[in-house]
Every structure is written in structure tokens, then in C-alpha cells.
Design a protein around this ligand. Sequence first.
Ligand SMILES: NC(=O)c1ccc[n+]([C@@H]2O[C@H](COP(=O)([O-])OP(=O)(O)OC[C@H]3O[C@@H](n4cnc5c(N)ncnc54)[C@H](OP(=O)(O)O)[C@@H]3O)[C@@H](O)[C@H]2O)c1
Length: 330
Amino acid sequence: MRAWRVNTHGGPQEVLALEEEVPVPEPAADQVRIRVGAAALNFGDDLLCRGTYQLRPELPFTPGLEVAGEVVAAGDQAGIAEGTRVMGVPALPAGGLAEYALADARNCYAIPPTLPDRDAAAMLIPFQTGHIALHQRGGLKSGETLLVHAGAGGVGSAAIQLGKVAGARVIATAGGPEKVAICRELGADLAIDYLAEDFPARVREATGGEGADVIYDPVGGDVFEKSRKCVAWHGRILVVGFAGGAMVSAPMNQLLFRNYSLVGVYMGEYSHRDRPFLDRVHAEILALYADGRIKPLIHAGVPMEGVPAAIAGLAGRATAGKVVVEVVKA
Ligand SMILES: NC(=O)c1ccc[n+]([C@@H]2O[C@H](COP(=O)([O-])OP(=O)(O)OC[C@H]3O[C@@H](n4cnc5c(N)ncnc54)[C@H](OP(=O)(O)O)[C@@H]3O)[C@@H](O)[C@H]2O)c1
């Protein structure tokens, strides 16, 4: 089969190789083989190529963390029938940037006929992450103020939409006027260019000096540091990711006297620990999509050949929303 492979670690444009004769992967007893219709790229794909992601599969491997397609083979304990259309998180090393990917059955979710592969692939990680972060971890309440960083990004664009659905007042930040305009189109009540403006001052001004109740932070670094200046009393800063590169820390005495919480969010662990909970999350997300209340923000569809440049663009802040790879069916 045709698959992108990483044979040695490095930048995606240096190390990704499109190989034509990769063996079709065989599912284990609790896995399925998916004929990939569409694969969505994630920031993690860049880190996977570089060997700096939290998962470090043995070389060679195929990246790709998010797919939609059809189950064409299933292990005898998988419990998913062949022919079922699913969206899923692939099991590395048989990732999604290939004609066929493997996925653990617990990381697959059935999708209705009305949901095209392109949208399904682009929805799974951003909307599950956003839902878990805002509700289960952040306890977001209607009427509260939610601040979403990198609001035009993959996970940020989903968090804006889910925040509005939850009845929050949403403030978004993004880098540059085009991305700021996208945040507004997604429903943000206020959008701030955090490369050009002092966002903590703008957030305090917009909240009568109180600050944001919940801060969704997939960036870290300087953005996290500044977030601590505009978090409300009883506020929750959701630590979602480190797209800015820098790990962060906060002085504990500030948590105490400002009475706010730092809350970790790791979507990838939930399928191991509480799949029934994720089933409820998935059902809610599908219902919101069916009602037209949420929609994945898709930056572009690219052919298989465009993958290395697309991953580099994503990691280099050149994308708004998800990049979806249209994988040619075998
Ligand atoms: N915790 C979880 O369960 C979970 C799940 C999914 C993803 N994540 C994490 O969330 C983060 C975002 O992932 P994503 O796939 O949705 O990516 P993305 O948001 O589509 O892209 C990252 C965005 O981060 C912003 N950014 C700020 N500083 C940056 C820098 N120095 N370099 C690159 N980007 C920078 C950019 O937006 P601006 O140009 O607007 O600043 C960029 O578009 C990643 O760290 C990822 O690992 C975590």
C-alpha cells in the first residue's frame, strides 16, 4: 500500500518518505484496519516526525493521528463489524497517513452516513478535546467568560464553538488580523491579535477588571505567563498544549492568593479509562453537528503528496483550522 513513513527523526520535509510498497497492516485481536478516506493533520504529527511527541513509535512508522474511513478487517475481540464507517485515532506505527491504518477498537467511533469523511476526520480530536476540557475539566458554566488562545487553530476553533454552545461569553486570541477575523466568524464575542496587542489588558478591560473564568491554552510559554495576569477569582486555566514550544510553570503562592486553578487536559487517555463517558461526549458532538451548531474549521484539503509541506505549514503557524489529507482509496 501507499504510506508516508518516517525512517529517521527530523523535520517533516526532510524525513517523510512516500513509499508505495508498504505492507498492509494486520489488526490485533482488539483492533480494526481502516481504509482511510480522509486523515486530518495535527500539531503532534510534526512532533512525531521529530521524535519529540509524547508517543515515540519505533522507526520506521507512519504518522497520522486522526482518520475517517471504513473498517475493512477486524480482530475477533474488536466488536466492530466490517463495513462500519468510523472516525478514529490510529494505533502507531500504523498511522493515518496511508491507504490503510490500524486503530484500537476503543479509539473508534461510528459515524452517521450524513457525516462526510472529510468533516469526520477533522472533528474527532478538536471537539473531544474541547468538550472534555471545557466541561469535564473546566466546569464551564453559562454566563461565564471563556478565553480561548490560538482560536483559529485546530483545537482552538472547536473550543470557541463549544464555548458559545455552552452559553459562555467567548474571547479569543490569535496571531494576525486574518486569524482574528476567523475567530469572530466562529462566534467569538471579542477577538484579540495577541501578536500586536496586550491581551491581558484587553481581557481585564472587557470583563470589568475581573478576568476570564476559564482560559483554554494550547500554546503555553509566554501566552500562559500572560494568562495568569487575566484569570478571574475562582478561575481555571486549562493546560491543553505547548504549540509555542516552551514548557511552563506558575508560582504556587499566586494560585493561593488569586484563588485560581491550573487544570491539566489529556484527551488521549480517556478511551483507556472511561470509554462510556467518551461515548456520551461523542453523541453530544454528533448531535451538535447534525443541528448545525458546530462545524470543523477546515483550512484546506491536500492530496497525499502535499503532506510534508502541510505539516510544516501547520507547525509554522500558516494554517487556520484543520488540514485534511484526501487519501486516495486503494
Ligand atoms: N491536551 C490534549 O488532549 C490535546 C489534544 C489535541 C491537541 N493538543 C495540543 O494542542 C496544541 C494545538 O494543536 P493543534 O493540532 O490544534 O494545532 P493548531 O492549533 O492548528 O496550530 C497551533 C497554533 O498555535 C499557535 N502558536 C502560537 N505560538 C506558536 C509557535 N511558536 N509555533 C507554532 N504555533 C504557535 C498558532 O496560532 P496563532 O498563529 O494564532 O498563534 C498555531 O496556528 C498542540 O500543542 C497539541 O499538541 C492537546
